[in-house]
Each structure stands twice: as structure tokens, then as C-alpha cells.
Design a protein around this ligand. Structure first.
Ligand SMILES: Cc1cc2nc3c(=O)[nH]c(=O)nc-3n(C[C@H](O)[C@H](O)[C@H](O)COP(=O)(O)O)c2cc1C
Ligand SMILES: [Fe+2]
Ligand SMILES: [Fe+2]
Length: 397
């Protein structure tokens, strides 16, 4: 299995996973995912991160082929989540002398997950490691997914090894570097990856971006998806926007509905938004569309409108579930509207009203509560809700 040289003496030794249905047993992978690992040949030979244990066999083969009898001197562990740390134990068995480079938090997890406590080289923020023709530097990025995360910078190739940051779902279908492929399929998936995996940690991402702004970076090697070179500034700008929770002019409508009455309400709001000039409108039936796609749109658009029927004196369960997922991610600064339905004693609208308070969001219009079928009164309220949202979005209040 040939590996790819992506810069002089820098080799891609990652793998594709097109078998796993759900990343973290939660997030669908219709186009797979890659676990990226990189091997640097210098006076000392250095591996950056490993791969999921299911792919360790092919991974170890790739490494042995490039080393071609040379020693493996260091393994840098930028992230301990098992999609990247899963092969460490097997790697250590194969290369018993490899020194493992990480910070104190990395080593706490290395002990807990793999029982490894020896052959360690501990680094702190901004420390360097001379490997011959270059000194790699380490930059902690706590909570850019987990607490122990760090980035590694190679000043010679001006390359940043960024752990999960700038990663995306989608296996690598041949090409490794962005300039060698059509990156369009990754444009949506990088947002879905961010919203679902990193989304809660916006302020940590902002801090990490400020740190790396001081470095001269021409290539970003993330642990998932393409190596960013041609589209590097686009990827960084996207991360900057998303981690500030900045939404585009557009609206996500999320509704639950058992028999179509609440669904009709959602359509009225959508028609009103369009009539009032909004072009980006994503409408999600919460029971049908996977939450990961709904969350991606919520991160993308500044407007959010949620509708729920009353269900056994509660919100519709799937709406309850998506509210929890939005709450966990602490999505900031959305313009919000809501509506609901019932048949004999309405509860949904009242329950929904607590959500924008919890999130500290602006509510653009009074909620619309509908008893049974769609009548002209609720039609007018829903139309007004769509208009108010459109006005708030384009600042024509
Ligand atoms: C399983 C179930 C539980 C319901 N629970 C309540 C309730 O507690 N209070 C109420 O006023 N209506 C309740 N309803 C009625 C719905 O809220 C009402 O029919 C609403 O219009 C349904 O919207 P939909 O057509 O979008 O599903 C319930 C309906 C179902 C099917
Ligand atoms: Fe991770
Ligand atoms: Fe990861």
C-alpha cells in the first residue's frame, strides 16, 4: 500500500474508514471519514498521531514501507481521542524504542487508556523538539475538542499539524492535498463536522486561532479530510466565522409534526420568509432529517424558527431532543421565532418560550399558537413571524 509524499520528506500515512455508519456512534458518515497521520523523515523520524485501531494493520504497513528499515524515533500525540490514539499500543509494540511526545494531560490519558507510562517526552506550550534539519514547536489548544489537544508546527515546511481543527467528514477519495481534488463535497461536510464535533468550543477555537496567527503557515495537516494548502485561508476564515457563531443571512426552520398540522405552519413561515426576500431557507422535519444536518444549518444561518405540537403535555420528543443538542453547543446570537400546536390544552408554545431565554437570544415576533387546524388567524400570525424574521435579518426593523 503506497503512501503519499505531500512535501519533501513528509508522508501521508492515514487511512479511510468507509465502514463505520456513525462517527462517535452518533453522526452519520455517508461518505466515510479519514483518520490522518503523517510521517516526517529527518535525522530523527517522527510520526504525528495514529489512526483508529480497526485500521492499525494497514497503517503499520504504510509506516514500515516508508521507514524502509530506518528507526521510528518519536510519536507526537496531538489528540488522545481514540480515532487518533487507537493504534498507539500496537505501534509501541512494533517500535518499542519510539518516544511518545505529549503534554501532561496527554500522558494522563495515555496511562488511563493504554497503560503506557514510560518512554515519554513531555512538552509544554511553545516548547520545541529538534529533529535534525528543523525544530518542531508545540502549541497547546485545550478544548479544541478535548483538554489535551495541541498543535505541532514544522517551521521548515511551514506546516501546522492541527489535530481535529479544520477537519471534515468524508473519506479521501484518491487525492490528499486540496489542490489535487474537487473540494466541493467537503464544503458542507466541514460545517457539519464543526457543528457536531467542535461546535461547543467556539471560545477555545478563537484562542487557538489567535495563537497560530503568529505562525507562518502554508499547509494545514488536520486529522480528518484534505490537507489544506490552496484553500487554507478559506478554511481558517470558515473556522473563525463559525467559532464566533456568526450566521449568514438565512433561516433554519425545524418542526415536529405527527399529522401535518404543525408542518403546514412551518410552510407558511417559509413562504413568508421567501416572499420577504430571504433566499437561504432550510426546512427540517425533525423526525426525518438527522440532527447533525439540522445543527449544521443552525450554525450556518443566523435565523432559527422552531415549531412543535403539544405531546402528552410536553414538547414533541424529537423537538425536545434537538433543543438539548443546541443547548449543549451553546450556540450564540441567533434571531429566534417559534410556533406550536395543540388540540385541547396547549403546552408546546409555553415550553418553547423558555428556550430563547436560556440561550439569551432575541425573539423577533410573538409566537403563534394554533388550536387544531390552520385557520386564517394563525396564518396571519405565521406570515407576520416570517416577515419579522426577514426584517430582523436584513436590519429593516
Ligand atoms: C400522542 C399524542 C399526544 C398528544 N398530546 C396532547 C396534549 O397533551 N395536549 C393537547 O392539547 N394536544 C395533544 N395532542 C394533540 C396535538 O397536539 C394536536 O393534534 C396537534 O395539532 C398535532 O399537530 P400535528 O398534526 O402537527 O401532529 C396529542 C396528539 C398525539 C397524537
Ligand atoms: Fe476529536
Ligand atoms: Fe478526530
Amino acid at each position: 500500500m503506497k503512501s503519499k509524499e505531500i512535501a519533501k520528506n513528509l508522508f501521508y500515512v492515514g487511512v479511510n474508514d468507509r465502514q463505520k455508519a456513525l462517527f462517535e456512534n452518533l453522526w452519520p458518515l455517508p461518505s466515510g471519514v479519514s483518520y490522518n497521520s503523517y510521517l516526517i523523515l529527518d535525522e530523527k523520524n517522527v510520526l504525528v498521531d495514529t489512526v483508529d485501531v480497526c485500521y492499525s494493520d494497514i497503517f503499520l504497513k504504510k509506516i514500515a514501507e516508508i521507514l524502509d528499515g530506518r528507526s521510528l524515533d518519536y510519536l507526537i500525540v496531538n489528540h488522545m481521542e481514540p480515532d487518533h490514539s487507537g493504534s498507539i499500543r500496537l505501534l509501541r509494540q512494533r517500535y518499542p524504542d519510539v518516544k511518545i511526545v505529549g503534554n501532561a494531560k496527554t500522558f494522563d490519558m495515555l496511562k488511563g487508556y493504554h497503560g503506557i507510562t514510560d518512554g515519554l517526552h513531555e512538552v509544554k506550550d511553545n516548547d520545541t523538539l529538534n529533529i535534525g534539519s528543523r525544530a518542531l514547536s508545540f502549541h497547546t489548544a485545550p478544548m479544541v475538542h478535548w483538554i489535551e489537544v495541541m498543535f505541532t508546527y514544522d517551521p521548515k515546511e511551514k506546516t501546522l499539524f492541527s489535530a481535529d481543527a479544520f477537519g471534515t467528514f468524508g473519506a479521501l477519495n484518491g487525492g490528499i492535498i486540496d489542490k489535487d481534488m474537487n473540494i466541493n463535497p467537503y464544503r458542507e461536510e466541514i460545517i457539519r463536522y464543526y457543528a457536531n464535533i467542535i461546535g461547543k468550543y467556539g471560545s477555545a477555537v478563537q484562542k487557538a486561532l489567535q495563537k497560530i496567527a503568529k505562525l507562518d503557515i502554508q499547509t494545514i495537516c488536520s486529522t480528518h479530510g484534505p490537507v489544506w494548502r490552496q484553500h487554507l485561508s478559506e478554511a481558517v476564515a470558515l473556522y473563525d466565522r463559525m467559532s464566533r457563531y456568526e450566521g449568514e443571512e438565512g433561516v433554519t426552520i425545524v418542526y415536529g409534526s405527527m399529522y401535518g398540522n404543525t408542518e403546514q405552519m412551518a410552510d407558511v413561515v417559509a413562504y413568508s420568509l421567501a416572499e420577504n426576500g430571504i433566499k437561504n431557507i432550510a426546512v427540517h422535519n425533525v423526525s426525518k432529517n438527522h440532527a447533525s444536518y439540522i445543527l449544521a444549518d443552525i450554525f450556518k444561518y443566523k435565523g432559527l424558527i422552531i415549531g412543535s405540537p403539544t405531546y402528552s403535555n410536553q414538547l414533541y420528543p424529537e423537538i425536545e431532543s434537538i433543543l438539548s443538542k443546541i443547548g449543549i453547543r451553546e450556540v450564540k446570537d441567533r434571531l429566534f421565532g417559534y410556533f406550536g400546536s395543540f388540540s385541547w390544552a396547549g403546552v408546546a408554545v409555553k415550553k418553547l418560550s423558555a428556550f430563547p431565554e436560556q440561550m439569551n437570544w432575541e425573539v423577533v415576533a410573538p409566537p403563534v399558537e394554533q388550536r387544531q387546524g390552520l385557520l386564517s388567524e394563525s396564518y396571519e400570525g405565521l406570515w407576520a413571524l416570517g416577515k419579522a424574521m426577514a426584517d430582523a435579518l436584513v436590519g429593516r426593523k
